[in-house]
Design a binder for this molecule. Sequence first.
Ligand code: PEP
Ligand code: MN
Length: 258
Amino acid sequence: MRNNFFQKNQVVIVSGPCAVESYEQLLETGKAIKDLGLTFFRGGAFKPRTSPYSFQGLEEEGLKLLSKIKEKFGFKIVTELTETDYLDLMLKYVDVIQIGARNMDNYSLLKKVGQATAEDQRPVLLKRSFAATVEEWLLASEYITSAGNQNVILCERGIRTFEKATRFTLDLNAVPVVKKLSRLPILVDTSHGTGHAEFVIPLSRAAVAAGADGIMVEVHPNPRQALCDGAQSLDLKEFKNLFEEVKKIAEVFDKKVV
Ligand code: PEP
Ligand code: MN
C-alpha cells in the first residue's frame, strides 16, 4: 500500500521535460533536478498533441528511459497515460500516473485506472480539463476514488478564457476552492498555465502563496531545441532560480521544498 507522497509541511516540485526525447536530455535535466534535492521527475512518453503532425512521443522506449533515470537518481516518475491500451505498460514503469487535461472527462479511462490501481493505491495525478468547472473536475476525481484508489492528486493547469496574452488562464482561485471542498492535494502546473517561460516563476510563487501543495514545471536543457512546449520550458539556470524563489515563499509557511 502506497501513500500519495504528500505531506502537509512540504511543497512538491514535479519537474522535467514536456516530452522524453533522449537519454542525454533526461540525464542532464535529471542531474540538475537531483542537485536541488528534489524527489519527482516528469516527462511524457505518450504525447497527446494538438496536431497529428507534431512529435507524438517515444512511447515504450520513453518509459524505459524514464526508468533508467529513476534507477540512477532515485526519482519518483510521473508520466501521462493517454489510453487504456498502455495501462499495463505504465504500471510496470511508473510511480504516479498522470491523466492529462484532454482526458479528464474520459470516464472509462478514469474508472479503469482506478480499478487497476485499487490494490497498490498508486497515485493518480488528475489534470483539470481546460473546459471544466471545479465541480466537474472533483466529480471526475471521484471516478478514480470510487473505483478503489483514494490517492488522487489534483493539478490545475489553466483554463480557456477570452484572454489571449497567455496560452491559458491559470485559475489560482481553484487552489483555495479545492482546499475548501476536498481533502485531495493540489498542484499547479505553471508551465501549461501560462505558456511562456518568463511567467512561470511569478505564477509559481503565487501558487505556493495561495496554498498549493506543489507545482509542476517543464524544464529542458535547451528549450529552443525542445520537441514539445519549448516556449514554456525553463532552462536549467532558470529552473534553479525558480527553486530558490519557491523556497523563499515555502519558508514563509514553514514548508520544505521536496
Ligand atoms: C503535460 O503535462 O505534458 C500535458 C500534456 O499537460 P496537459 O494535459 O495539462 O495539457
Ligand atoms: Mn507540455
